[in-house]
Design a binder for this molecule. Structure first.
Ligand SMILES: NC(=O)c1ccc[n+]([C@@H]2O[C@H](COP(=O)([O-])OP(=O)(O)OC[C@H]3O[C@@H](n4cnc5c(N)ncnc54)[C@H](OP(=O)(O)O)[C@@H]3O)[C@@H](O)[C@H]2O)c1
Length: 317
């Protein structure tokens, strides 16, 4: 696929560069010899428009990658609905509006798979957006993310700006969040199975039947996909980014146990809810522009576990 836009030589701002996705994008740009512009939250609060405008005026980025967001699970969404809706809308609105005012040439915004209706047909195509009821447990976050993606589309339609959005599947890898209550499935399983191994536990309990099927993408593969999309795609539609394959939670847990070297049994607590039976993205649009995931799940899990052992990620104590 030929390049429509060359990142080399451009001044790139990665918002949220210390997060899991932002730091993977930093690694991918660094591997290309690039040194993106960054600002910590203490230096630049993206929820406030005035500092954002001043920072853009002073730093003049030509490309903006938005990997900053208030992120969290079901419990956090339930407890802090205002934070998920307001903060994510402000981050998107401030950055996209200020990018436009400053003539930013290319902008990438990221959605989240919770934007899709709860009962979307599988594998989920981009066309499923806004065709049904959202999962109520994280609708605050989903509505802010949908608004962000729609803003990207609105600026393109009104001003012809070259802004795009991508919709990543569940990501894992270096820099994940290992919080005992707020982590995603892979980080949660790594922590629990690792602790079971350290304690010589005979088994580890996993919530649900183990039968739901889920898709996972190594975060460094996502970062490569993001750069590929920035350089080769310009269009009104957002695109799903995933590995294109799914597996059961039981298969995932067994692979993680194997990587960790946990020899005990995996016990499934069937009294706990399973969630949707399957969640897999249709990734044919990304394939059509010449990108696909390259890291096998087991290899990615080995990297993630090494990072966990080295104290990487957040809440990894
Ligand atoms: N992780 C996944 O599985 C996944 C899947 C699909 C989509 N995504 C999307 O990818 C994006 C990044 O996710 P992530 O997993 O990398 O999240 P993350 O690890 O929590 O990182 C988010 C980053 O945003 C920064 N941030 C939040 N609010 C800010 C503010 N007001 N001002 C400045 N910085 C702020 C945080 O700064 P601090 O370091 O100061 O906290 C953090 O560095 C999100 O849009 C998310 O929806 C992630």
């Amino acid at each position: 696929m030929s390049k429509l836009f060359d990142l080399q030589g451009k001044s790139v701002y990665v918002a949220g560069h210390r997060g899991m996705v932002g730091s993977a994008i930093m690694r991918a740009l660094g591997a290309r010899g690039m040194k993106p512009l960054v600002a910590t939250r203490a230096e630049l609060d993206l929820e406030r428009q005035e500092p954002v405008e001043k920072w853009f005026a002073a730093n003049r980025p030509q490309v903006v990658i938005i990997a900053a967001a208030q992120v969290g699970g079901i419990h956090a969404n339930k407890t802090f609905p205002r934070d998920f809706l307001y903060r994510n809308m402000m981050i998107a609105g401030n950055l996209i509006e200020t990018a436009h005012k400053n003539g930013v040439e290319k902008l990438l915004y990221l959605g989240s798979s919770c934007i899709y209706p709860r009962n979307a047909p599988q594998p989920i195509t981009e066309e499923a957006l806004l065709t049904g009821t959202l999962e109520p447990t994280n609708e605050w976050y989903a509505i802010a993310k949908i608004a962000g993606m729609k803003l990207v589309q609105a600026y393109r339609r009104q001003f012809g700006t070259d802004y795009i959005s991508l919709m990543p599947t569940n990501l894992y890898g270096i820099g994940d969040n290992y919080h005992p209550e707020h982590s995603h499935v892979i980080a949660a399983l790594i922590r629990r199975i690792h602790e079971a191994k350290l304690n010589n536990a005979p088994d580890v309990v996993i919530w649900g039947t183990g039968t739901p099927r889920r898709e996972f993408l190594f975060v460094d593969d996502f970062a490569e996909g993001a750069i590929h999309a920035i350089e080769t795609y310009s269009g009104d539609n957002f695109m799903n980014v995933g590995s294109g394959t799914d597996l059961t939670i039981a298969e995932l847990a067994r692979t993680i146990a194997d990587v960790i070297g946990f020899k005990g049994a995996l016990v499934f607590d069937t009294s706990k809810p399973d969630g949707m039976p399957r969640k897999l993205l249709d990734v044919s649009k990304m394939k059509a522009i010449g990108w696909q995931a390259t890291t096998p799940l087991r290899a990615g899990l080995e990297v993630a576990y090494r990072d966990f052992l080295a104290g990487g990620g957040r809440n990894n104590a």
